[in-house]
Design a binder for this molecule. Structure first.
Ligand code: SIN
Length: 306
């Protein structure tokens, strides 16, 4: 990895600013390992729940000309087996791991956090923003600043690890939500989760392509929304941000950094450019830095705050 890509996040040294977001690769040892071997600086597990979940029936992914819809339905092996995979990965790797967890109330988030405390992972991410389980659980918690405050505060009281709140783009004021997370003690924010959800229709079959009908939108078409929300959150809070949403090439990652992100998630682009996308974007970031005479990521200018 190139020295000029090295940076720090919540005290952890990372070799690249690129993050594997939750739910992109299989969360097995090999799924995490292959992302790191291909240039990811930090990896995130699938969102783990207290019990295992099989998720929605397929099709769970639908492609269209400007992006993807997904409605995985939080399929995961459950917190105990999920952490066993992560511990196996950590036995052979120094790369920081973020464990993503999903629940619908503060007590369950606390219980999940207690499990993560005794794992080998370095960071915990609270998925407050999955848009694909509306029928089961209703509106994502990240829609309410009070819920965000309550859950982050409850987890901060028990967690031994830095806590990252993963926020939704589908809110009226990201500033209010970001401030609530920060006030409750969040160490960092991650945004954005997928947009919508949306729908694609199979016109021959006259039905939605996704079995779940609706799914979260990702890919290049959401990048302008992500940049705007990251910039608004960055302008409001003092904690670091993992920015994501439609990052496909190096210059997208630079835009995220200019908008205020410290680290940058690369998710749907794995679908378009293969798992090598992390190395490719790392190289493209270096090329951009060369062209613009930036020695380090810290030299890349950030927009003036709002
Ligand atoms: C899913 O499992 O449906 C996606 C997870 C998420 O968007 O948070």
């Amino acid at each position: 990895m190139h020295n000029r890509l090295k940076t720090k996040f919540l005290g952890f040294k990372v070799e690249s600013p690129l993050v594997l977001p939750a739910g992109i690769m299989d969360m097995s040892f090999s799924g995490l390992d292959i992302s790191v071997k291909n240039g990811a600086g930090i990896v995130t597990s699938k969102s783990l729940t207290l019990e295992s979940r099989s998720g929605h029936k397929g099709p769970v992914i639908a492609e269209f000309e400007s992006g993807l819809l997904n409605a995985m339905g939080l399929c995961n092996p459950g917190i105990v087996d999920g952490l066993a995979e992560i511990n196996e990965f950590k036995e052979r790797s120094d790369i920081p791991v973020i464990v993503s967890v999903f629940a619908t109330n503060a007590d369950d988030f606390v219980e999940l956090s207690n499990h993560v405390n005794v794992s080998k992972a370095e960071l915990i991410e609270l998925n407050l923003s999955c848009p694909n389980v509306y029928d089961e659980f209703g509106i994502p918690l990240a829609s309410s600043k009070d819920e965000v405050f309550k859950i982050v505060k409850a987890v901060k009281e028990v967690s031994n690890l830095p806590v990252i709140a993963k926020l939704s783009p589908n809110v009226l004021s990201i500033t209010e939500i970001a401030l609530a997370a920060e006030k409750a003690g969040a160490d960092a924010l991650c945004l954005i989760n997928t947009v919508g959800p949306g729908m694609i229709i199979d016109t021959k079959m006259v039905k939605s392509v996704l079995f779940n009908k609706f799914g979260g939108l990702s890919g290049p078409c959401i990048k302008p929304i992500a940049l705007k929300l990251i910039y608004q959150a960055y302008s409001a809070v003092d904690i670091p941000i993992i920015g994501m949403g439609g990052v496909t090439i190096g210059e997208d990652a630079i835009e995220m950094i200019m908008a205020g992100a410290t680290l940058v998630g690369v998710g749907t682009a794995v679908y378009y450019r293969g798992i090598e996308v992390f190395d490719k974007i790392n190289r493209e970031i270096i090329e951009f830095m060369d062209e613009n005479e930036y020695d380090s990521l810290e030299d890349v200018p950030r927009l003036e705050k709002l």
